[in-house]
Write a protein that binds this ligand. Sequence first.
Ligand SMILES: NC(=O)C1=CN([C@@H]2O[C@H](COP(=O)(O)OP(=O)(O)OC[C@H]3O[C@@H](n4cnc5c(N)ncnc54)[C@H](O)[C@@H]3O)[C@@H](O)[C@H]2O)C=CC1
Ligand SMILES: O=P(O)(O)OC[C@H]1O[C@](O)(CO)[C@@H](O)[C@@H]1O
Length: 401
Amino acid sequence: MRAVHFGAGNIGRGFIGPMLSGSGYEVCFVGRNKRKIQELQTRRQYPVTLANEDRDSFMVDNVTAINLKDTQEVAEAIAGAEIVTTAVGISALKDIASSIARGIELRLSSKEPSHPLHILACENGIGSSQQLKRSVYRQLEPAFQERADRSIAFPNVMVDRIVPVQKHTDPLAILVEPFSEWVIPRSGMIGNYTDIKGVRYVDSLDPYLERKLFTVNTGHCSAAYFGYLEGYSTIQEAMSDPLLKARVHGVLQETGKLLIERHGFEPAVHEQYIQKMLNRFSNPNFKDQISRVGRSPLRKLAPGDRLVLPAMQAYALGLPTRHLVAAITSALFFDHRNDPEAQRLQDAIRCTGLGNVVAGELGIPVQHPLHSRIIAEYNTICMQYPHMACNGFGSVVQSLS
Ligand SMILES: NC(=O)C1=CN([C@@H]2O[C@H](COP(=O)(O)OP(=O)(O)OC[C@H]3O[C@@H](n4cnc5c(N)ncnc54)[C@H](O)[C@@H]3O)[C@@H](O)[C@H]2O)C=CC1
Ligand SMILES: O=P(O)(O)OC[C@H]1O[C@](O)(CO)[C@@H](O)[C@@H]1O
């Protein structure tokens, strides 16, 4: 069985690669980094270490790699694969769509494939595989689209494992947290396929995806943005500040109420889940940089992502949003100099004004009560943290009259 995985980065090597290899797949990484590609081709294995007290480690075998630029080789690999996965970042899916489209065309041009192809975008977000499908189909001839519909599926999935940014002498080595969860909806799968060992196949993905996105991702980035204001550089430092940890917990109690309302979770069980996630953030066996967890603030502040979506949904249901508003507003201060989105965010606040950014980028209309609450909170934070660049300070809270 053959798998093609786009992105030999942290989650690719630290999570998807081991899961597929452990299920008997030969895993071909499609990457951009020449050294990693060469090492994967020659060694055909690499070490994974668990960030637990004992630093347990294991080898991931039966792997190889192709350079993304070798388009014909990539297409051939996809044509012969049972599964294609990605972990390149949701914004980069459009950039790999044409490579996947060429592979699909090659696959469908030869004799009828004997097995279906599943294409899974293992990215943080709602509907990532379907988003990838739309980009891929834009590059496919209509005749191929009809045939692809019969033998190729793009089920949305949920993946969860914290893999921090890291550097080792061995460019393939990777340190990952022990926890991991990969959920796939059976309804999205087609034909005969071999289960991936360790994956939880479920009837409905939404409760799992929303629980993870609005707890792990919302909580983690809240810790990053609150921590950034305090001047911390790692999530571990931030989470060891009891006041900050309590605020993150506050955010997760708000998303928790929303999740309980939407999906009928048992409150006590959900609180246990929250506590487990808070412990994961605090894992003392590695350092996770605030710059990574807070990266790409415009994406994280988008209307359909981990901060604004639960805040708007909670508000609409009459649920509390105080901590979520604080987290959203703190994100508006993220000014990390090496993060192009943070720089674009600050430029936008400077050039178009805070109110327009909240309306335009976050999708919260000027008339919406959360809009004025965010602006009021922004001005409060400017006064509490005078060292921050307050590009939107002084914005007027909109009058609702
Ligand atoms: N690191 C983590 O803890 C987790 C990450 N994720 C998701 O997995 C995805 C990848 O994240 P990481 O592995 O942390 O990032 P990463 O930066 O370590 O890896 C991304 C890989 O994709 C490649 N890539 C980026 N843009 C590309 C493009 N335009 N064309 C081809 N390749 C491209 C990069 O070269 C890199 O090898 C993201 O969507 C992230 O949200 C999901 C769960 C956990
Ligand atoms: O990869 P993104 O979406 O930028 O966000 C980082 C997130 O990924 C994770 O590593 C795993 O979901 C979380 O730790 C963190 O919230």
